[in-house]
Design a protein around this ligand. Structure first.
Ligand code: OAD
Length: 326
């Protein structure tokens, strides 16, 4: 564990000498525009940037790692990731399960998996609420999520702010006649139908959740918005993604060359395009750890922890109630 994760005194050896981070409420108020230096060296520097520069066009680029704390596996983590646990489907390549050409020939493995991953009762994580608070405070331009779990919506983030770049299972479509079906319809099918494959009530075509499979285009909304959003971005947060799938991974290169890029992830990713380990680094910052830990620490530094905890409380109480009923 690196120092900024484990040290609760809020002191940072890396922080600029001008700052006294032992009392951030005072210090953040005192920091001037000219004190902000890139690249960031600590979460304290990130907090100072947000407090002083008051960015209005923050873009989040998030992946499966922001939802693992909710109980949803990511894809590529060794042992726990979905792609390490598909042996029973006997696929020649794990990605086949989300490949449209494969699905059209054989939708069985996908729906067997969907029965287990779509129906888990999941709730947004601290990271989702951290993003919601930044949205509520007027800092955020857009959230580009590769996740299909709809937890951004569940956290109460306005639809307008979200781009589900890999689609979601909020809706489903018949591959033959393009009739659309609701999330409730698909969930009901997966829970209760004796047939595995959902078939269109009008034409008996296969109904597929509107998740973007390999070999399919991303939603139009992604293409309509991403150049303008990333071009206008004044801070890029990249969280919980291996940055291995394009075109989303390429978004990190669309932001202007002076825009700070922050990576919160369990492991390094995005290199060499993110230059946090390079001696030529001018604006990239990697903070290793879970996104929940990193967002919590940053929220604490910004004095926002009570607001996030208040947002999470009703949900937590709901969860406690659910547990009592069980
Ligand atoms: P990956 O599984 O490729 O990467 C998840 C990243 O999050 C890894 O680098 C993990 O180390 C990290 N991680 C896991 N848990 C974390 C946590 N609690 N805190 C911080 N980091 C954590 O998932 P994505 O990058 O989202 O697409 O994958 C991109 C796309 O590949 C997915 O949308 C999906 C997949 O194939 C399609 O199916 C079309």
């Amino acid at each position: 564990m690196n120092r900024s994760q484990s040290d609760s005194s809020l002191k940072s050896e890396d922080a600029d000498d001008n700052f006294n981070f032992t009392d951030l409420n005072i210090t953040l108020a005192e920091i001037e525009q000219e004190d902000i230096k890139l690249p960031f060296k600590s979460l304290e520097d990130v907090a100072a940037y947000i407090k002083v520069k008051k960015p209005k066009n923050v873009v989040f680029l998030v992946g499966a790692g922001i939802s693992t704390a909710a109980g949803i596996p990511d894809f590529r983590s060794p042992n726990t990731g979905l792609y390490s646990n598909l042996q029973k489907f006997k696929l020649s390549c794990p990605e086949d399960i989300f490949d449209i050409r494969f699905f059209k020939r054989n939708p069985v493995p996908f729906f067997q998996l969907a029965k287990t991953i779509f129906l888990v009762d999941v709730r947004p994580t601290f990271t989702h609420y951290f993003m919601k608070l930044l949205v509520d405070k007027g800092h955020v331009r857009r959230i580009y999520s590769q996740n299909i779990d709809t937890l951004e919506y569940a956290a109460g983030i306005n639809d307008e702010v979200i781009v589900t770049a890999h689609g979601s299972h909020r809706t489903s479509t018949c591959l033959k006649c393009r009739a659309t079906y609701t999330q409730e319809y698909m969930e009901n099918h997966l829970r209760h139908s004796s047939e595995l494959i959902p078939k269109c009530t009008a034409c008996r075509g296969v109904i597929k959740p509107d998740i973007v499979f390999f070999g399919e285009n991303l939603p139009e909304r992604f293409y309509d918005l991403h150049l303008q959003d990333l071009g206008d971005a004044d801070l890029l947060f990249i969280m919980g993604t291996s940055l291995q799938v394009h075109p989303v991974a390429g978004l990190i290169e669309v932001v202007r060359s002076d825009v700070p890029r922050i990576l919160f992830n369990l492991e390094p990713s995005g290199q060499p395009f993110l230059a946090y380990n390079s001696k030529y680094n001018k604006r990239d910052f990697f903070h290793k750890g879970t996104t929940d830990e990193s967002c919590r620490k940053l929220a604490e530094l910004l004095g926002w922890l009570p607001e996030i905890e208040a947002m999470m409380k009703p949900k937590q109480e709901g969860k406690d109630e659910d547990t009592k009923k069980d």
